[in-house]
Design a protein. Structure first.
Length: 430
């Protein structure tokens, strides 16, 4: 692969994930603090990611893979996305914000597959070359978080006075427009000639449902859906939580999680070889339990190290379960169902699992917020500042919220421990 092409692909990956990290991390904080959205409204907006993940295979399977160059579709999607992101920047109410967010995620989620397609088609040895390209995506996400905190857009007082968190959408809109234009300069990636016509079941990976006849794969499949419920709590609540309890530069500190992803990704082959697939997955599951307990009992003062450790566990939480699961799925599927099986797991996790998770997180947040009185004893309505303090101080609101996903993750881990059985094939996955 030419060095010029490598630079192009690296920049593409950087912008792809800079865009996502530039607004999605602080989305929950923005919705609550700036648009005054409640838990269910926040769940509704976050669910747009899941709807996008469900619709994405149709865009890729029915359009991108058959009729148009991948780099051109990537360009059009990001230019259209830039317009929608700008409308999100201008929105003053969550009911106005939601349809733009839904439209944006329907356009953005397919681009995650498209940047991979463009990359793989230029590589002579993807196994060795892809990681050096993909890591720029992680760097892009980290840089976006650092910029947000460096400019103090996520500072509570600054945001309250100047509505600064709204700027994240403008930043993402500009980056999306740049990537859209830049995409047309990428190496040409024409559609592969299809052999026959793919059915909807093949596009969505549903023909791989036959793999569920294997009891172990069925247990893994169900666990993948259920573990996404705790994952959704992190996506929707982590930044609002850290900001609410007074952690400075919360968004920048959250990028520690992405840095840890890189580290633990390198450790997965070692764990597979030494401990086997089942134990590796279990470590990932119990890491979710530990993370949320650290969040529940840590604080921004003397116990701040607990919060930092909880953030840093993201590498274990995500890599040891989701990346390990992708490798396990590949080993179980065989040549016939490799693509379909990965599509099925993606649909189950990013689609169904996180959709359930975002709504569970929304209901839990609203439940504990509603338990506290919303008015003073004389009947006067609380100010925004008093209401925020009420929610934070009531029975340690955030502690209640984080205990729920900790319990869910613990139950999933115990069920997986009891019912999943190692076989020679799973033990040898490397």
């Amino acid at each position: 692969m030419k060095s010029s092409i490598k630079i192009q692909l690296s920049l593409m990956m950087f912008l792809e994930f800079f865009i996502w990290g530039g607004w999605f991390v602080t989305l929950g904080t923005f919705l609550g603090a700036n648009l005054k959205a409640d838990g269910l409204d926040i769940a509704k907006v976050f669910s747009t990611q899941s709807y996008g993940a469900i619709i994405a295979p149709f865009i890729i399977g029915l359009i991108a893979d058959r009729f148009f160059n991948a780099e051109r579709i990537l360009g059009f999607l990001h230019i259209a996305g830039a317009i929608l992101m700008y409308m999100m920047f201008k929105a003053e109410d969550v009911t106005v914000f939601y349809p733009y967010a839904l439209g944006y995620m329907i356009l953005y989620m397919p681009t995650l597959a498209l940047v991979n397609s463009v990359s793989f088609r230029q590589m002579t040895n993807p196994e060795k070359q892809f990681s050096s390209i993909r890591i720029w995506g992680t760097i892009g996400w980290i840089i976006a978080g650092i910029i947000i905190s460096l400019l103090k857009w996520d500072d509570v007082e600054n945001n309250a006075a100047h509505d600064t968190l709204r700027n994240t959408f403008l930043m993402a809109s500009i980056a999306s427009g740049l990537l859209g234009i830049f995409s047309f300069t990428l190496p040409k990636t024409p559609p592969k000639k299809a052999e026959g016509s793919a059915s909807v079941t093949q596009i969505l990976g549903l023909d791989a449902l036959k793999l569920l006849a294997d009891k172990n794969f069925l247990i893994f499949f169900i666990s993948s859906i259920l573990i996404c419920i705790p994952l959704a709590f992190y996506y929707s609540n982590a930044n609002p939580f850290l900001t609410d309890i007074g952690m400075k530069s919360a968004t920048a500190k959250m990028t520690i999680g992405q840095a840890s992803e890189v580290l633990f990704l390198l450790l997965i082959p070692i764990f597979f070889k030494r401990f086997g697939f089942k134990l590796t997955i279990l470590v990932g599951m119990f890491a979710w339990v530990l993370r949320y307990l650290l969040f529940a009992y840590g604080n921004a003062g003397e116990m701040a190290f607990m919060l930092i450790l909880g953030i840093a566990l993201h590498g274990i939480c995500y890599d040891f379960f989701f990346v390990s699961g992708q490798i396990y799925t590949d080993s179980k599927a065989g040549e016939k169902y490799k693509s379909s099986a990965q599509g099925l797991i993606t649909l189950a996790t990013y689609g169904i699992g996180q959709l359930i998770g975002f709504w569970v997180a929304g209901y839990v947040g609203k439940h504990y917020a509603d338990l506290a009185p919303a008015k003073l004893e004389n009947g006067a309505v609380l100010t925004d500042a008093q209401n925020a303090e009420r929610i934070t101080q009531f029975g340690n609101f955030w502690q209640h919220v984080w205990i729920v996903p900790a319990i869910i993750a613990a139950i999933v881990a115990v069920l997986f421990l009891l019912f999943f059985r190692n076989s020679k094939k799973t033990e040898s996955v490397q």
